[in-house]
Design a binder for this molecule. Structure first.
Ligand SMILES: Nc1ncnc2c1ncn2[C@@H]1O[C@H](COP(=O)(O)OP(=O)(O)OP(=O)(O)O)[C@@H](O)[C@H]1O
Length: 289
C-alpha cells in the first residue's frame, strides 16, 4: 500500500540559464530529509515547485498518498512552508496584522499555538514586518508554518541568520513536530550540525539534478579514512576508493564493508582508521559529481 506525503515523478522546470530536473523523489511519513546543494543548485526552485509557486514544465507531483494532486488547492492547508521572503509584499503590516491575514488562509490555524510561539521567540508583534531583522523574519515564517498544524513542513534554510539560542529552540520544535508519526520535514540547509542532529535522509542536488539520495547514518558508517601499510597503484581503480594519498599511505573509502575483504585478499593491512565528518563526505560526493 502506498504511504507517502510527497511523490514526485520526472519533474522539470527550465529557466533561461538553469535547467531543473528531471527529479524523482518520494517522502514518507516519519522522516526528516536534508536537501543539500551548492548555491544555485535548485533547492528553492524545488520548494517553489512543490508549493505551486512555480508551474513545472513537465512531470507530476502527488501529495498525501495520492489523495491530492497539484490541481487541488487543499494541499497548501497540509503543508507548512518557510522560505524566501514570502511575506515581503505585506511588509507594511505589523506582525500581528500579518498573522491575522495568514490566519485567514488556514482552516487549522491554532491561535494558542501561534501565541505560544511568538512568546517563546520574543517577537514584538507591534513591529512592522518590513522593519524586522533578518533573523526575526525567519522566525516569523517558521512560526506561521507551524501554527496551522501541517503534515509536511518545507523549510528553506530556516536557521540561517537566526541567533544560536533561537536556532536551538527551533530544532527542538522540529523534534516535537516529528512526534506525530504522520509528519515529515524537508529541510534545505548548509549547516552540517543541523543535518547531523535532525535528518534521516540526505538528498544531494547539483546543477538542478538529484545526484544522490542517502541514509545519513549509513553514509556516516560506511565512509572512512584508512591508513595502509602499503598501497599498490591498482587500488586506484577500486570502485570504493574515493581518494588516495601517498604521504602517508591513506585512502578514503565510501564502503568499509566492501573494501575490507578486498584489502585483506591483497595482503594490505589497515594500520589506522578514522571516520569522516559529514561535511567531508558531502564535499567528496559533490566533487565527484
Ligand atoms: N524566477 C526565476 N527566473 C529565472 N531564473 C530563475 C528563477 N528562479 C530561479 N532561477 C534559476 O534557478 C537557479 C537556482 O536557483 P535556486 O534559488 O533554486 O537555488 P538554491 O539552490 O536555492 O540556491 P541558494 O543556496 O543560493 O539559496 C538560479 O541560479 C536561477 O538561474
Amino acid at each position: 500500500m502506498s504511504n507517502f506525503l510527497l511523490k514526485i515523478d520526472q519533474l522539470t522546470k527550465t529557466f533561461k540559464y538553469f535547467e531543473f530536473g528531471p527529479i524523482d523523489v518520494r517522502v514518507e511519513p516519519g522522516t526528516i530529509t536534508a536537501l543539500i546543494g551548492s548555491n544555485g543548485s535548485g533547492k528553492s526552485t524545488f520548494f517553489r515547485l512543490v508549493m505551486q509557486l512555480f508551474q513545472p514544465d513537465s512531470g507530476h507531483i502527488l501529495y498525501f498518498n495520492g489523495e491530492l494532486d497539484s490541481n487541488d488547492s487543499r494541499i497548501k492547508q497540509d503543508m507548512g512552508y518557510a522560505g524566501g521572503d514570502l511575506y515581503q509584499a505585506f511588509g507594511q503590516l505589523s506582525i500581528r496584522e500579518l498573522a491575522n491575514l495568514v490566519r485567514y488562509w488556514y482552516e487549522n490555524w491554532d491561535e494558542q499555538k501561534y501565541q505560544e510561539l511568538v512568546d517563546r521567540y520574543q517577537i514584538n508583534q507591534k513591529e512592522k514586518y518590513t522593519n524586522s531583522s533578518t533573523g526575526t523574519k525567519k522566525k516569523i515564517a517558521f512560526i506561521f508554518a507551524l501554527a496551522h498544524h501541517p503534515q509536511l513542513l518545507l523549510l528553506d534554510e530556516p536557521f540561517s541568520g537566526v541567533d544560536f539560542v533561537s536556532s536551538r529552540k527551533m530544532q527542538t520544535e522540529l523534534v516535537d513536530f516529528m512526534e506525530n508519526p504522520n509528519h515529515a520535514i524537508i529541510l534545505a540547509t548548509h549547516q552540517q550540525e543541523e543535518i547531523k542532529a535532525l535528518c534521516d535522509y540526505i538528498w544531494l542536488l547539483d546543477k538542478g539534478k538529484m545526484i544522490g539520495i542517502y541514509e545519513k547514518d549509513q553514509i556516516l558508517e560506511s565512509w572512512a579514512y584508512l591508513s595502509l601499510n602499503k598501497m599498490p597503484e591498482s587500488l586506484r581503480k577500486h570502485p570504493h576508493v574515493i581518494q588516495m594519498d601517498s604521504h602517508p599511505n591513506r585512502i578514503i573509502t565510501d564502503s568499509l564493508a566492501a573494501i575490507e575483504p578486498d584489502l585483506e585478499q591483497l595482503g594490505i593491512e589497515v594500520t589506522h582508521y578514522q571516520r569522516l565528518e559529514l561535511d567531508e563526505i558531502l564535499t567528496a560526493l559533490l566533487e565527484r559529481a
